[in-house]
Design a protein around this ligand. Structure first.
Ligand code: ZN
Ligand code: ZN
Length: 378
């Protein structure tokens, strides 16, 4: 595994992904390159070694695909650390391809900056093999725009301590790609119930009430797409869910270059950990859709409903978030987060509890109800 920086072929400066042009940009000579041109370039690689001092865990110890396949990075016999899962033991040290300084990362870091020369570094091996994302939504909002939106946001909030948005704090605003599981499926759903309609009329001295009872049957072929769950244990769930939803349909095929100039995390949660919850969400959502088609009655009672899943599809994707965190009094952590694609904002400010997101962002659901009988009189 290697640390990579993408170098400008014109001047040797580092290339970063530029959200406003959606191209790769050299900060020094201002050249811009397309994805195709970047793919054709050979990135400059630095070296990696496992930090053995703390009985560290090597990359292959946590990567089943590398099991039994010794890599050069574990040549120094750090087997004693295998299987160790505590955070402190999982630090890895890389060599910056630009200045040679050491870059210390934790186990899930996939892209970062050199602490010394500030050049962007992509740790390509962290996202290879089974950890290679299927899709990515590249940042569309750059740091300048994110900063502007942040200032407008805190400007509207009263009683926010100045320390939350002073200059050195704003410099910490970071663009981070977070790992997500994306789930799509087809649902065969059915729901049966009873509906009533009443009619009241008067003839002479007598008032009549007629109640009609209908049997309602619904069969639905429901296509659920783009349900997402954050797949990083350490991420603040309120933060990463709070900036949902994304326009997932605009996700691009993953390319390592998109990470250049940003931070990125790799997943540490597998899809098996989400299956139960995802099915539950899909089931609830489908049943609600079927129930919502039972319109036009005074009362509706659903007596039975059932769903089955087909064509289930899981994808691993990276989603962009601008994040600013702040430690307040009593070590309380506050944050501001901005969706890097469309600018949705959420925050937990020192005095303001921002909006929290829904459990899973369902961005698109297409429903075809077949056999939609309007209900027939019993
Ligand atoms: Zn250049
Ligand atoms: Zn460096």
């Amino acid at each position: 595994m290697a640390a990579i920086t993408y170098k400008c072929p014109n001047c040797g400066g580092e290339l970063t992904f530029d959200p406003s042009s959606q191209k790769y940009k050299c900060e020094y000579c201002m050249s811009k390159f397309t994805q195709e041109e970047l793919d054709a370039m050979a990135p400059k690689e630095g070296e990696e070694r496992a930090d053995n001092a703390g009985g560290s865990q090597t990359e292959s110890a946590s990567d089943p695909s590398g099991a039994g396949m010794p890599k050069d990075s574990q040549a120094d016999g750090s087997e004693s650390g295998a299987g160790k899962t505590d955070g402190a033991g999982s630090a890895m040290v890389y060599t910056c391809p630009s200045c040679g300084a050491e870059i210390v990362t934790d186990e899930t870091t996939a892209a970062t900056f050199c602490y010394y020369c500030h050049n962007p570094v992509v740790l390509s091996g962290r996202l290879s093999g089974e950890y290679m994302p299927n899709k990515v939504i590249p940042f569309a909002i750059d740091k300048k725009e994110a900063t502007k939106q942040f200032m407008e946001y805190v400007g509207r909030k009263k009683f926010v301590p100045k320390a939350f948005f002073n200059k050195s704090q704003i410099e910490k605003l970071s663009g981070v790609y977070f790992p997500y599981w994306q789930y799509s499926c087809q649902v065969d759903g059915e729901a049966d119930g009873e509906g009533t309609r009443t009619r009241v009329w008067r003839a002479g001295e007598t008032e009549y009430t007629e109640t009609s009872i209908y049997r309602l049957e619904r069969r639905g072929d429901i296509s659920l797409r783009n349900m997402t769950k954050n797949a990083l244990k350490k991420s603040d769930k309120a933060l990463v869910e709070g900036v949902q939803p994304y326009r997932i349909d605009e996700a691009k095929e993953f390319s390592m270059g998109y990470l250049s100039g940003f931070q990125a995390e790799k997943r540490d949660m597998e899809k098996s950990e989400f299956e139960v919850q995802m099915h539950q969400d899909a089931e609830e959502y489908s049943k609600r859709l079927l129930r919502d088609t039972m319109e036009g009655y005074s009362t509706v009672t659903v007596q039975s409903s059932h769903v089955e899943f087909r064509k289930e599809e899981w994808k691993y994707l990276l989603l962009p978030v601008w994040v600013l965190t702040y430690s307040g009094r009593n070590d309380k952590v506050y944050y501001y987060a901005l969706n890097g694609q469309n600018g949705n904002v959420c925050g937990k400010l020192p005095v303001d509890y921002g909006k929290l997101g829904i459990v899973s962002g369902i961005t698109a659901a297409v429903v075809f109800v077949i056999g939609l009988i309007g209900g027939y009189l019993l």
